[in-house]
Ligand binder design. Structure first.
Ligand SMILES: N[C@@H](CCC[C@H](N)C(=O)O)C(=O)O
Length: 284
């Protein structure tokens, strides 16, 4: 049996455990839930699985509820830094395969700083998917249990539902997040962002992640929120996105190709004790 070796990193407080495919293959979904649990396990906002392919880095992203995500912005920055730390890449730009599309990553001279070319923001609801028969969904009235809110949809390779608010209130993120995440219009659920426009170069966002809940930061959410605000002409093509965990820089070209830059820090390398899986059961 391969030792259960993990490497823990965070990007602005959005924390992930990274492991090799041979380690992940030993884990059942229920065990991943325990591993990511903050009391029964090591605790993380998800698991990043490295294919170990020396020629073509390939990343799988597992949410803490055991579901699989197509893409993750902070996950990609962390994966890039992990590949740098183990000597598989240097400072040159390199390609990573994800289920949500190929991206280019670059570790800066200061290896805490990483840029990911996240690909093109896709405003078609079919891309999320969302069951709304329109070419694009901007400020669409979505009916919730007790209210109707205006939402805008975008796929960054993974699904996002963006809600523009006058003033960001994190309690509202906790109240609306799970309702929107699990709304029947989203057959594969969705990530959710509440967005306050501070000015044409600055956003504040609160995030509710699919399969993870409230998180301190999210890279794909920052790209999604900035893309929708760009589409609505509320921001310029360079935007600072502020989250409870800190700030990411997002830039666009004229075709909505999105670039994201921000920090990553390593927390620890650790070997999991199998006893971890004997002591807890996490609700699915
Ligand atoms: N934290 C991530 C997003 C992770 C995946 C997401 N929960 C999903 O299910 O799509 C980020 O930084 O982008």
């Amino acid at each position: 049996m391969t030792p259960l070796l993990f490497h823990k990193y965070h990007g602005l407080g959005n924390d992930y455990l990274v492991c090799h495919r041979s380690v992940a293959e030993q884990l059942r979904t229920e065990q991943i839930r325990i591993l990511c649990h903050r009391h029964y396990g090591v605790g993380s906002d998800g698991l990043l699985i490295d294919s170990g392919d020396l020629h073509q880095p390939t990343l799988r992203i597992i949410n803490p509820d055991g579901s699989e995500a197509e893409k993750s912005g902070n996950g990609l920055r962390i994966y890039a830094r992990y590949l740098f730390d183990i000597g598989r890449v240097g400072h040159e730009s390199f390609l990573v395969h994800t289920a949500g599309g190929d991206v280019h990553c670059r570790v800066h001279d200061d290896p805490h700083q990483i840029t990911v070319e996240m690909g093109q923001a896709n405003f078609s609801p079919a891309a999320l998917p969302a069951l709304i028969d329109q070419p694009e969904v901007l400020n669409y009235p979505l009916k919730l249990a007790d209210e109707t809110i205006l939402v805008s949809l975008v796929s960054m390779g993974n699904p996002h539902c963006v809600v523009l608010v006058d003033k960001l209130d994190l309690a509202l993120v906790h109240r609306l997040g799970p309702q929107i995440e699990n709304h029947p219009v989203f057959p594969k659920r969705t990530n959710v962002q509440l967005v306050e426009v501070v000015d044409r170069t600055t956003l504040r966002i609160g995030i509710w992640e699919r399969g993870a809940g409230f998180t301190m930061a999210s890279g794909s959410s920052s790209c999604a929120a900035a893309s929708v605000m760009r589409k609505l002409d509320r921001v310029n093509n360079r935007v600072s996105v502020n989250m409870p965990g800190g700030q990411l820089q997002i830039t666009f070209d004229d075709n909505f190709q999105v670039s994201m830059s921000g920090p990553v820090h390593k927390i620890a390398s650790l070997t999991l004790d199998e006893d971890c899986f004997a002591g807890g059961k996490v609700a699915s």
